[in-house]
Ligand binder design. Structure first.
Ligand code: 13P
Length: 255
């Protein structure tokens, strides 16, 4: 069975003091969950402090993005090596907000994935269709193109640690979550594509998270789906009690 993951993408919320308060609360409420990988993904400015607070806890640290170069004259950018030095383990790549507002493409996603893996970190690669694409019955085509573009030229052993997150853009921050059936359909398609591109063992082992308005009230049915292996959570990760409820329900479903 694939080990589930619950990852909280804080987006551009929580200054360093707010982050410390949230992490202190979170450590108290999730410390006894041992069958779920729990990850927090704060803004860059919080990473160093949060990373220290998480030492010897059951919560891992992730970053929201990174540049593909190791170092250099790239004002405003952060490298994977820098993220590693503040105890990051995961990096989300290609979130739809990066694609929409900051010009991220499948090609730049591919370059960032390489930088992350080359530094021994784990990419959480985000894909998902817009509402218009879904309404035009283009979901499968769009997600297939994103996954194959992201993984272009990358070998099976190389991408072994990678996690994928399916986040339909129309479900993000809207309160309108995909039904478990809608999400499962795309997750199964992604798993099938990984089998086509690589092998059954890669595809069977790959964790595919769902993201988009996941809440304590709807997570159980999502997690019961065969090909959904966890959640990438925005809004509901900003409070310790709701994030803990998501991790606990996932733990119960997998027990
Ligand atoms: P919400 O959970 O707020 O819809 O955000 C999902 C998301 O974008 C996580 O990366």
């Amino acid at each position: 069975m694939r080990r589930p993951m619950i990852a909280g993408n804080w987006k551009m919320y929580k200054d360093v003091n707010e982050a410390a308060a949230l992490v202190a609360d979170l450590k108290r409420v999730v410390f006894d969950i041992d069958n779920v990988d729990i990850v927090v993904i704060p803004p860059f400015t919080d990473l160093s402090d949060v990373g220290e607070m998480l030492i010897e806890s059951n919560i891992a640290l992730g970053a929201q993005n990174c540049f593909w170069e190791r170092e250099g004259a790239f004002t405003g950018e952060i490298s994977a090596k820098m993220l590693k030095s503040v105890r990051c383990v995961y990096v989300t790549i290609g979130h739809s907000e990066r694609r929409k507002y900051f010009g991220e493409t499948d090609e730049t996603v591919n370059r960032r994935i390489k930088a992350v893996l080359d530094n021994g970190l784990v990419p959480i690669v985000c894909v998902g269709e817009t509402l218009e694409e879904r309404e035009n019955a283009r979901t499968i085509e769009v997600v297939r193109t994103q996954v194959s573009g992201a993984l272009k030229g990358l070998s099976e052993e190389y991408i072994e640690p990678m996690v994928i997150a399916y986040e339909p853009v129309w479900a993000i921050g809207t309160g309108r979550t995909a039904t478990p059936g809608q999400a499962q359909e795309v997750h199964a398609m992604i798993r099938g594509l990984l089998k086509e591109m690589y092998s059954s063992s890669l595809s069977e082992g790959k964790r595919i998270l769902y993201g988009g308005s996941v809440k304590p009230e709807n997570i159980e049915d999502l997690m019961k789906e065969e090909d959904i292996d966890g959640g990438l959570i925005g809004g509901a990760s900003l409070k310790a009690d709701s994030f803990a409820a998501l991790a606990q329900t996932t733990s119960d479903v997998y027990s």
